[in-house]
Design a protein around this ligand. Sequence first.
Ligand code: ADP
Ligand code: ADP
Length: 229
Amino acid sequence: MRIDIEDLAKTYDNGQPALHPLRLSLPSGALVALLGPSGSGKTTLLRLLGGLETPSAGQVRFDGVAATGLSVQERRAGFVFQHYALFRHMTVFENIAYGLRARPRRTRPARAEIDRRVHRLLALIRLPEIGPRYPAQLSGGQRQRVALARALAIEPRMLLLDEPFGALDAQVRKELRRSLRQIHEATGLTTLFVTHDQDEAMELADLVVVMSMGRIEQIGPPAEIRARP
Ligand code: ADP
Ligand code: ADP
């Protein structure tokens, strides 16, 4: 899905602009890093796209259609957060199936179809055996891979990942980068991920958006960003 961000701005109740009017077009299937220090507006931009916040000005278009007024569900974003609490009392299988089982009957897939989808997603994250396990029995990296699978279960139109690897050590981050790359290749979803790790942005993204104080400071493919002083 193509995303056009048109003069999108956000000021929270405290009156300080978190995001100054911002224009940005993301082609369908882009893998985009939002890179920048803490407080630069990365999360705000992600939340505006997903419909978790309302813009103070401007709008977003999804495949040309204005998203204004669309609910979180209607936007069909797959979210992963840094500390994505998987439901602790549910198995991995139940966690991934949750978004589908919670749908109204009219749009809920049949049980066998939900089963098939969950197994396909477990294969995609290369953890085919862990359906019956509980989150407490998984490593941090495995939990984030399950969180990715859960985000994909609803067949999202885009993936919005907020520091998805932030809390993990270097080796596990590497493994997760590979998972994300594989998922992106397999699904072709327009994907935005927030990071403050420059290497991660450079290695993974095909477009890097460098943010600072609520504005875009630089934008381009990793090679161009790297070339700057
Ligand atoms: P980043 O993700 O780059 O760390 P954020 O989007 O979280 O940046 O924050 C941008 C600015 O908006 C910061 O100054 C932050 O303090 C402020 N901010 C974020 N969320 C809220 C909120 N819910 N209420 C008030 N201010 C907020
Ligand atoms: P590459 O390292 O070039 O990506 P492969 O994808 O074939 O090559 O992976 C090499 C090894 O790493 C294999 O044993 C494979 O099962 C394992 N592997 C690949 N992707 C992942 C992943 N996302 N998570 C964990 N292990 C993986």
